[in-house]
Design a protein around this ligand. Structure first.
Ligand code: NAD
Ligand code: GLY
Length: 360
């Protein structure tokens, strides 16, 4: 097992990465301070892993299992109410600990429930998708979607610990593994060129779910994310680089309806568009755009926006994104592979041009 730390002063926490961690009661116990736990998962993940986590819990007065419907379309305030109803009905108090067992949808919702239930209770993240292991479980962004925009309602709220059991990836559908790889590739692009080159070399092993390579990719992704979060917890500055490709990706997700394109798939198309834009602006050679596209395609990920989306629709949706500040679209671009920058001065004509290319 490897342990990393997200350094945030009194809100610091460990990330444990290893095999068979779900069943490790000694890891969980120190992060459960009260006598109550709510283990929250969804109808796909609960049958696979809830029992193992439940068996690993220390002796408690109250354990409530909550099984949510599965899907991005259920990442809503209505689903949150299901959680609050059960917590209140069963008498969970302010010393309860919520455990999020599942992918990013469960993690984001349980994190937000923890941030707001009785003005804040402890929570643990046990992410079970590659995407949630390398991204959503780390850094404290929590929340739900609104019909007018993704993740529009939420809070920054850090967990007590993140427990990444790499064995859970063996039951993950191939499409979900690929979606997680998009975020892994993102870290290489924005802040870690050696890792990016390593990914090109090790992609066959990752796609074959070779244990050592997966663990390495997860650890290096988490190291990169933890460093950025420690420098800028609430996204006042550098944390925005984690959204590389996401402004385009979110527009795709909103246009297509949550859950039709997976988040990681939309991000993959977004990475490709944002890297091409960086190249168009003379920051990155065209050969890097082609190499990235080849890498994404090898994972079975999209590199273009959906044909049905017009440039106008894109611009309108991106205008609604949280990254619009005072009328300017803040975009993350690459100055080089492994070096992202946030710019608010990209001419809209250039953005339209790269989007038009993506429609071809
Ligand atoms: P997800 O939570 O929908 O999980 C994908 C699918 O895999 C679901 O059907 C799930 O039930 C299933 N699943 C999960 N673990 C499994 C396993 N081990 N075996 C078999 N099936 C399993 O999707 P995701 O990609 O994990 O997360 C996407 C969400 O994360 C989006 O809502 C996105 O906005 C959010 N997100 C948040 C952050 C953040 O910083 N908070 C960052 C990135 C993404
Ligand atoms: N996934 C973007 C962030 O955590 O800031």
């Amino acid at each position: 097992m490897h342990t990393l730390h997200v350094e945030l002063g009194e809100r610091s926490y460990p990330i444990y990465i290893g095999r068979d961690l779900l069943a490790d009661g000694a890891l969980l116990a120190p992060h459960i301070s009260g006598r109550q736990v709510a283990l929250i998962s969804n109808e796909t993940v609960a049958p696979l892993y809830s029992e193992a986590v439940r068996a690993a819990l220390p002796p408690l007065d109250l354990i409530t299992e909550i099984v949510l419907p599965d899907g991005e379309q259920f990442k809503t305030l209505q689903t949150l109410e299901l959680i609050f109803d059960r917590l209140l009905e069963e008498g969970h108090n302010r010393s309860t600990t919520l455990i999020a067992l599942g992918g990013g949808v469960v993690g984001d919702m349980v994190g937000f429930a923890a941030a707001t239930y009785q003005r804040g209770v402890n929570f643990l993240q046990i992410p079970t998708t590659l995407l949630s292991q390398v991204d959503s479980s780390v850094g404290g962004k929590t929340g739900v979607n609104h019909t007018l925009g993704k993740n529009m309602i939420g809070a920054f709220y850090q967990p007590q610990a993140v427990l990444i059991d790499t064995d859970t990836l063996h039951t993950l559908p191939e499409r979900e593994l690929a979606a997680g790889l998009a975020e892994v590739i993102k870290y290489g692009l924005i802040s870690d060129e050696p890792f990016y080159r390593w990914l090109h070399e090790h992609m066959p092993a990752l796609l074959a779910r070779e244990e050592a390579s997966l663990a390495e990719a997860i650890e290096r992704s988490c190291v990169n994310k933890a460093e950025v979060v420690a420098a800028d917890e609430r996204e006042g500055g550098v944390r925005a680089i984690l959204n590389f490709g996401h402004t385009f990706g979110h527009a795709i997700e909103t246009d297509q309806g949550y859950g039709n394109w997976l988040h990681g798939e939309a991000v993959a198309a977004g990475l490709s568009i944002a890297t091409r834009l960086s190249s168009q602006l003379g920051r990155v050679p065209e050969s890097e755009v082609l190499a990235l596209e080849a890498l994404l395609l090898r994972c079975g990920l999209p590199v273009r926006a959906p044909e049905s989306m017009s440039v106008e629709q894109f611009m309108e949706l991106m205008g609604r994104d949280k990254k619009v500040i005072d009328g300017a679209l803040r975009l993350v671009l690459l100055d080089a592979i492994g070096q992202a920058v946030v710019r608010a001065d990209t001419p809209l004509a250039d953005i339209a041009k790269v989007l038009a290319h993506s429609q071809r």
